[in-house]
Design a protein around this ligand. Structure first.
Ligand code: HEM
Length: 519
C-alpha cells in the first residue's frame, strides 16, 4: 500500500518537474524564440510534438501545410526552427554558412562518425578530402560498367516477367529499383556482388560485434532503423532513455529495434569481407581501395570502426535515395503521358536500335531526360525532412534576422520545392521548368541533394544510375501502371518512401521477333 502511494507520489513529482521545467524554460526564453509561432501549442515547450508528428509518418507535409499558411518560420521544438522561405537555403546550408550539423547527428552516430554525421568542420574536411577521390567524377565514368552490368540484369528480370511471354506478371518496380541501387553501390563501393537483382531477394549477412553472424532482409532492416531514428531523434537529452524504453514498452518499436539491430550488423559484415580481400592482396577498383590509400599509394590507416561507418553511410545514403528517385520518376512519367512521350522521343533519337543498356555517353546530356529526373526529385524529394543545422556560438543571420547560437534550424526540401513563387504550379509535374536559362536559376532552390559543403557527395553516381536505368527501360519496354490511376502512398522516415509501384512491362514493337525469342 505504502509502495503504491510512494510510486504515485514519485510519478506525480516527476511529471510536475517535467512540465514545470519546460514551462519555466519557455517563459524564461533566453534565446527570444517565443516570437516564432509554434507548430502546435505544445511544440515550443516540448519535443514530444515533433515525435508525434514524425510518428504519423509525414512531418514535411505538416510543415508544408503550416508554411503555406504564410508562416516563414515555425518553432517545431523548444530549440528548433523550421524555415519556409527558400531564400533561407543559403543562410542555413550555403557554402558560406557558419552553421554546422546539429547535435542530432552526433546523437545518432555509432562508435565512429562517418562523412554524413560528423559534426566538427575540420574533421569533416579531412574525411571529405579522403573520400572525394573515391567519389570523383573521373572514377565515376570508369565505374559505369558496374552500373551497366546491374542494368542488364534488371532488364533480364523484366524480360522474364514482361507480358509478351504469355503471362501477365505485375512487377513492383519500387522493390526492384532498390535491389538495383543496392547491387550497384555494393559493386562500386566494395566490389561485392550482392546478387539482389539476380535473386529477386535481399537476404544478406549481418555480423554482431562478437563476430557471430545471421541472415536478414536488407531493406526491411535498414528501413526499420531509419524509421526509429526519424521518430526518436527528435528528443535530445531524452534520446538514449527513449531508445532504451521504447524497446520494451511498445511492441511496434520492439519489432523495429530487432530489425534495426540486424541492420547495424550489415556494414561490419560487408567491411569484414572486403578487408579480408584487401589483406589478401587483391587489388580491386572500388571506393574501398580509394578510401584506404591516397593518390600516391600512402595508407590512410583508418580504424575498422571508421571504415565500417563509411561503408554504412555509402550503403544507406547511396541506395535508398536513388531507388526512391527511380520509382518516383517512373510513376510521374506514367501519370503524365505527354511527358513520357516526349522523353521517349528524345531517348529514341539518341540510342541505336541495337543498344540494350543505354551507354551513359549517349544519354548523360539529354536535356529533357535530366529535366524529368530533376522535376521528379523536386516534386518528391527523396530526403524531404528538414536536415537540421546548429547556428554557431555567436549566432547567425537567417532571412536577415538574428538567431542566437546553438539553435537548431532547418528547411524541408519538400517545403522549398513546393513554393509557388519559385516553382509556379508546384504540385504539377512540369519538367520544362528546368530547361534553358530559367532552369539554371532554379538550381539554387533545388534542395534534393542539400547544398554547400555538406551537400551530397554521391549525386553524380545517382544521376548515372538513374539515367542509365530509365533510358534503358524506356528504350526496351512499354510500361503501364498495373492499376490505372494508382498513386503510391508515402511514409517519411529519414527518407520519403513511396509504397510499392506495381507496373507491367511490354517489349516495344520496334524490336524484332528474333530479339524477343533470344530473350
Ligand atoms: C537521389 C539520390 C540521392 C539523394 C536525394 C541524396 C541526398 C542527400 C542529401 C539531402 C544529403 C545531405 C544530408 C544531410 O545534410 O544530412 C546527402 C549527403 C550525402 N550523400 Fe547523398 N543523396 C543521394 C545519393 C547518394 C549516393 C548515390 C551516395 C553514395 C554513393 C550518397 C552519399 C552521401 C554522403 C556520403 C553524404 C554526406 C556528405 C557530407 O556530409 O559531406 N548520396 N545526400
Amino acid at each position: 500500500m505504502y509502495g503504491l502511494v510512494f510510486g504515485a507520489a514519485a510519478t506525480l513529482l516527476a511529471l510536475t518537474w517535467f512540465v514545470g521545467y519546460h514551462v519555466y524554460d519557455y517563459f524564461k526564453d533566453p534565446k527570444g524564440l517565443r516570437r516564432f509561432p509554434g507548430m502546435d501549442i505544445f511544440a515550443p515547450f516540448t519535443s514530444i510534438s515533433m515525435i508525434l508528428v514524425a510518428y504519423r509518418g509525414f512531418r514535411s507535409n505538416r510543415l508544408l501545410e503550416l508554411h503555406s499558411q504564410g508562416q516563414p518560420v515555425i518553432r517545431t521544438g523548444p530549440n528548433v526552427l523550421s524555415y519556409g522561405d527558400p531564400r533561407a537555403i543559403k543562410d542555413i546550408y550555403g557554402h558560406n554558412t557558419k552553421c554546422v550539423k546539429d547535435e542530432q547527428y552526433a546523437m545518432t552516430a555509432g562508435t565512429h562518425f562517418h562523412l554524413a554525421d560528423v559534426v566538427d568542420k575540420h574533421e569533416h574536411q579531412r574525411k571529405r578530402k579522403v573520400l572525394s577521390s573515391a567519389y570523383a567524377l573521373k572514377n565515376l565514368e570508369e565505374w559505369e560498367f558496374k552500373v551497366a552490368d546491374k542494368a542488364q540484369r534488371m532488364l533480364d528480370q523484366f524480360d522474364k516477367r514482361c507480358c509478351d511471354h504469355g503471362h501477365d506478371e505485375v512487377v513492383d518496380y519500387r522493390k526492384w529499383a532498390n535491389f538495383f541501387s543496392l547491387d550497384a553501390i555494393a559493386d562500386i563501393g566494395l566490389s561485392k556482388r550482392l546478387g539482389f537483382v539476380d535473386n529477386g531477394d535481399d537476404r544478406c549477412l549481418s555480423m554482431k560485434s562478437d563476430g557471430t553472424t545471421s541472415y536478414c532482409q536488407y531493406r526491411e532492416c535498414l528501413y526499420a532503423n531509419s524509421r526509429l531514428m526519424s521518430v526518436l531523434a527528435n528528443t535530445y537529452a531524452f534520446f538514449p532513455h527513449l531508445c532504451r524504453a521504447s524497446r520494451y514498452i511498445f511492441p511496434e518499436f520492439a519489432r523495429l529495434w530487432k530489425l534495426s539491430d540486424s541492420w547495424e550488423g550489415i556494414p561490419p559484415a560487408l567491411t569484414h569481407e572486403r578487408l579480408q580481400r584487401y589483406r589478401a592482396g587483391e587489388k580491386l577498383d572500388d571506393f574501398f581501395q580509394a578510401m584506404m590509400h591516397d593518390k600516391n599509394g600512402g595508407a590512410h590507416n583508418l580504424e575498422f570502426g571508421e571504415i565500417a561507418a563509411e561503408v554504412s553511410i555509402m550503403m544507406n545514403a547511396g541506395s535508398t535515395t536513388t531507388a526512391i528517385a527511380m520509382t518516383n520518376v517512373l510513376y510521374l512519367l506514367l501519370a503524365n503521358p505527354a511527358c513520357m512521350a516526349r522523353l521517349r522521343e528524345e531517348i529514341e533519337e539518341s540510342l541505336d536500335e541495337d543498344d540494350v543498356v543505354a551507354p551513359y555517353e549517349k544519354v548523360k546530356y539529354l536535356p529533357y531526360l535530366r529535366a524529368c529526373l530533376d522535376e521528379s526529385m523536386r516534386v518528391w524529394p527523396p530526403t524531404s525532412h528538414p536536415l537540421l543545422r546548429a547556428t554557431p556560438p555567436e549566432g547567425a543571420n537567417i532571412l536577415g534576422e538574428y538567431i542566437p547560437g546553438g539553435t537548431a534550424v532547418g528547411m524541408s526540401a519538400l517545403v522549398a520545392h513546393r513554393n509557388a513563387d519559385i516553382f509556379p504550379e508546384p504540385d504539377k509535374y512540369i519538367p520544362d521548368r528546368w530547361l534553358g536559362d530559367g532552369g539554371k536559376e532554379l538550381g539554387s532552390y533545388f534542395l534534393a541533394f542539400s547544398a554547400g559543403a555538406r551537400g551530397c557527395i554521391g549525386r553524380n553516381i545517382s544521376y548515372l544510375e538513374q539515367t542509365v536505368m530509365l533510358a534503358s527501360i524506356l528504350h526496351r519496354f512499354d510500361v503501364e501502371l498495373a492499376t490505372p490511376g494508382f498513386e503510391p502512398k508515402r511514409l517519411e522516415s529519414n527518407n520519403l518512401h513511396p509504397s510499392e509501384l506495381p507496373v507491367r512491362f511490354r517489349r516495344k514493337q520496334n524490336l524484332s521477333e528474333k530479339d524477343l525469342i533470344a530473350a
